[in-house]
Write a protein that binds this ligand. Structure first.
Ligand SMILES: Cc1ncc(C[n+]2csc(CCOP(=O)(O)OP(=O)(O)O)c2C)c(N)n1
Ligand SMILES: [Mg+2]
Length: 400
């Protein structure tokens, strides 16, 4: 790995920025400002492994970053990790009910993508959506409130774990039907192309969803119309308890678009993800759709009802933690560039834990939705002709 030398520790000036405005800067963080390299210092990092391409060039393995970005990525990733661990505990305490799918292990995908794009680009994903929402600027309070079904949640406590949205930041959910978000994402890309706004849509789906027919139908139309659609297959190697090799004749998901180019990316390396997403955005604006296969891993079971250890070995899970963990990779980079000490990063993690606990306490104060809310946001009352009555023979028309 090629790592550049940076300025001496006496000139360090780093501020570990919180992931969202919800996280306040604290005295401890101000102490971290005191470290090396101003923002203009450029660090050159090489991605963990080369990219593998299908019908396109490969992006360079050399990625530029700054001390500030490295430290911010550490903080943001550690926040995501802590948030998901806390959600696990809240679920076990029965404060979160229903479906709940955690993202720990996959954080580098959400953050690397975010680092390459703007909030005018759109993201749409499946039900494993907590960290994507945080990456788009959502707050811990909105997340924990939504998870616990409280009014302060991002969907007013009516959506729950699988239905997070932040339309003003280009986040279109949060979808429970496997694969359904991909055609919707292509629709968003259609709107972007139609309005000539030079933005793209990232539609994320899993290795299980990759075998669905609707994905290929949407891809065909997207390719015919050269839509700026980037299909991101988060290959965590399992669809519920089914290993990829049992479900897919070809698990080379980056090649599955046939006539659509694709890239295989180390999804545990946030800089590889960033580089690939930058490359894909440029490609999509010029040429139309592209597939990115992110090689990643989920530490938790599929959802909270799955212990996650019956269809894979504990050694496999601990092996990934030891060899490929996205947070540990950044921690090592920070040390090798002398940007923070072990203690400073540990203290940052402690501080994050406190922020998460405070958000949970605040979320618990938020009331559950009013009973009358049961009947809102279900259907939009539309215009048109409606038939009603026992035999549906009576007709009523509502004109605009
Ligand atoms: C149309 C449809 N079929 C089945 C399910 C049940 N189901 C939920 S998640 C899932 C597995 C999806 O795996 P993958 O696409 O790899 O995503 P991951 O959970 O690994 O992120 C299945 C079969 C569903 N929600 N929708
Ligand atoms: Mg999967």
């Amino acid at each position: 790995m090629a790592l550049t030398h940076i300025a001496s520790s006496s000139s360090r000036s780093i501020f570990l920025k919180p992931i969202s405005t919800a996280l306040s800067s604290t005295p401890f963080l101000r102490r971290l400002i005191s470290s090396a390299a101003d923002d203009s210092t450029t660090l050159t990092i090489e991605t963990s492994v080369p990219f593998t391409a299908h019908n396109c060039d490969t992006p360079s393995r050399t990625v530029e970053t700054t001390p500030k970005e490295l430290l911010t990525l550490f903080r943001d990733m550690a926040t995501m990790r802590r948030m998901e661990i806390a959600a696990d505990s809240l679920y076990k305490a029965k404060l979160i009910r229903g479906f709940c799918h955690l993202y720990d292990g996959q954080e580098a995908v959400a953050l690397g993508m975010e680092a390459a794009i703007t909030k005018k680009d759109c993201i749409i994903t499946a039900y494993r959506d907590h960290c994507t929402f945080l990456g788009r600027g959502g707050t811990l309070l909105e997340i924990f409130s939504e998870l616990m079904g409280r009014q302060a949640g991002c969907s007013n406590g009516k959506g729950g774990s699988m239905h997070f949205y932040k339309k003003e930041a280009g986040f279109y959910g949060g979808h429970g039907i496997v694969g359904a978000q991909v055609p919707l994402g292509c629709g968003l890309a259609f709107a972007q192309k139609y309005s000539k706004d030079e933005n793209v849509t990232f539609a994320l789906y899993g290795d299980g969803a990759a075998n669905q027919g609707q994905l290929f139908e949407a891809l065909n139309i997207a390719a015919l119309l050269d839509l700026p659609a980037i299909l991101v297959c988060e290959n965590n190697h399992y669809g519920m308890g089914t290993a990829e090799w049992r479900a897919a004749k070809s698990p080379s998901y980056y090649k599955r678009g046939d006539y659509v180019p694709g890239l295989k990316v180390d999804g545990m390396d946030v800089f590889a993800v960033k580089q690939a997403c930058k490359f894909a955005k440029e490609h999509a604006l010029k040429n139309g759709p592209i597939i990115l296969e992110m090689d990643t891993y989920r530490y938790h079971g599929h959802s909270m009802s799955d212990p996650g250890s019956t269809y894979r070995t504990r050694d496999e899970i601990s092996g990934v933690r030891q060899e490929r963990d996205p947070i540990e990779r950044i921690r090592k980079l920070i040390f090798s560039h002398d940007l923070a000490t072990e203690k400073e990063l540990k203290d940052t993690e402690k501080e994050i834990r406190k922020e998460v606990d405070e958000a949970i306490a605040q979320a618990k104060e938020s009331p559950v939705p009013e009973p009358s809310e049961l009947f809102t946001n279900v259907h939009v009352k539309g215009f048109g002709v409606e038939s009603y009555g026992a035999d549906r023979k009576e007709v009523r028309a509502v004109l605009p």
